[in-house]
Design a protein around this ligand. Structure first.
Ligand code: FNR
Length: 345
């Protein structure tokens, strides 16, 4: 049952990537953020670094492969290739939800392959918000993980035919996990966004980092609706705040934030960093490259993104990813309305 769901998610996510590009020429709310061009702001490329530090962590690059999969034979092969791509490019990588491993320890290898292929990289385990502290430890141990993601996905669970319907225990359980594990805990949304109120609550629960996981890319309301016998939740497609909106909303967040959801190219990475993200996660775009073109193409693509991000920092006069926050930005359209409605200057 879980293995089938994991295969469905991969298939429907890649179909969605293809459709998004055809239907809206791939537009999302990152397009409502632009840099003011200053013609003499540029630096010398050797003076530009991609390294980022936050919450006591140091990453060589501010880009990571975000949580996707594991739990079936096919997704084990995908994780093997994602692990290879992470190793070859030096980007941190998160595992997909490890619930399947707790239900069936025989599928452990479909997750541990991420670490096997990437022995020295930064690897993040992933559990849901109902996991016990013991399960969180098992997930971390299996991957020798450097951090733990806890995903929060109430909308996905609601549309998922076999999904959870009880959410009240999630916040207290997140607090227990954060207190009970030795690695930093990252709480992430899966594409509906974390509001600033939620980020504040997470900080009070002991969570070290929030991955805002906003709208604009993979839409799990659509994916789960596609798995229902009657696709009767279509009105929830597009629910939530975009990643750019979440970043603006979280300007005064008490903990560092990561940005993911709808990141399409290096300019989106630069925009997210300029809006205050300490790192930027990508799932759907990289999955599509891997499945359409293979692991070599994914390695080349990530390399190109890193190279072009350094080029953008050079043009924009930002010696580090954090320095992009000093760039002048223009906010347009509905994103501007969002700022007005939420009282953001
Ligand atoms: C995901 N995502 C996800 N997130 C999570 O925390 N645990 C999981 O098991 C999964 N599974 C999963 C499967 C597939 C096939 C995809 C594409 C994505 C969500 C992912 O980490 C991310 O939050 C969203 O996909 C939004 O980012 P993109 O795809 O727009 O870059």
């Amino acid at each position: 049952m879980i293995a089938q769901r994991k295969d469905d998610h991969v298939r429907l996510a890649v179909e969605q990537q293809q459709q998004q590009q055809q239907q809206h020429s791939g537009r999302n709310q990152f397009d409502e953020v632009s840099f003011v061009h200053h013609a003499l702001a540029g630096l010398d490329r050797p003076d530009v670094s991609l390294a980022t530090t936050f919450a006591g962590l140091s990453w060589p690059v501010p880009l990571y492969i975000n949580a996707m999969t594991g739990g079936s034979e096919r997704t084990g092969v995908i994780n093997r290739d994602l692990g290879i791509a992470a190793r070859e490019t030096g980007v941190p990588i998160a595992s997909g939800s490890m619930s399947a491993y707790f239900k069936d320890p025989d599928c452990a290898e479909t997750f541990s392959v991420l670490r096997k292929e990437n022995p020295d990289g930064f690897v993040i385990a992933n559990v849901n918000a109902t996991a016990s502290v013991d399960k969180a430890h098992r997930a971390i141990d299996l991957l020798r993980a450097d951090a733990l993601q806890i995903h929060v996905n109430t909308v996905q669970e609601t549309v998922m035919p076999e999904g959870d319907r009880s959410f009240a225990s999630w916040a207290p359980q997140i607090e227990k996990i954060a207190a009970g594990v030795d690695v930093p805990v990252i709480v992430k949304e899966v594409g509906f966004g974390l509001s600033r109120e939620t980020v504040r609550l997470l900080a009070s629960l002991g969570v070290r980092i929030a991955d805002l996981g906003g709208r604009g890319g993979t839409d799990f309301a659509r994916i789960e609706n596609g798995r229902r016998e009657l696709a009767d939740y279509a009105y929830l497609h597009g629910w939530g705040q975009s990643t750019a909106a979440c970043l603006l909303d979280a300007q005064d967040a008490p903990i560092p934030v990561l940005a993911s959801g709808g990141v399409r190219h290096p300019l989106d990475v630069a925009r997210a960093l300029a809006l205050g993200a300490s790192g930027v996660g990508v799932s759907g775009t990289f999955l599509r490259t891997l499945l359409d073109e293979g692991v070599k193409a994914l390695i080349a693509r990530i390399g190109t993104w890193l190279d072009q991000l350094a080029a953008l920092q050079t043009v924009l006069g930002a010696p580090t990813p954090a320095a992009l926050t000093h760039c002048d930005l223009l906010i347009h359209g509905e994103l501007r309305d969002f700022c007005a409605d939420r009282g953001i200057d």
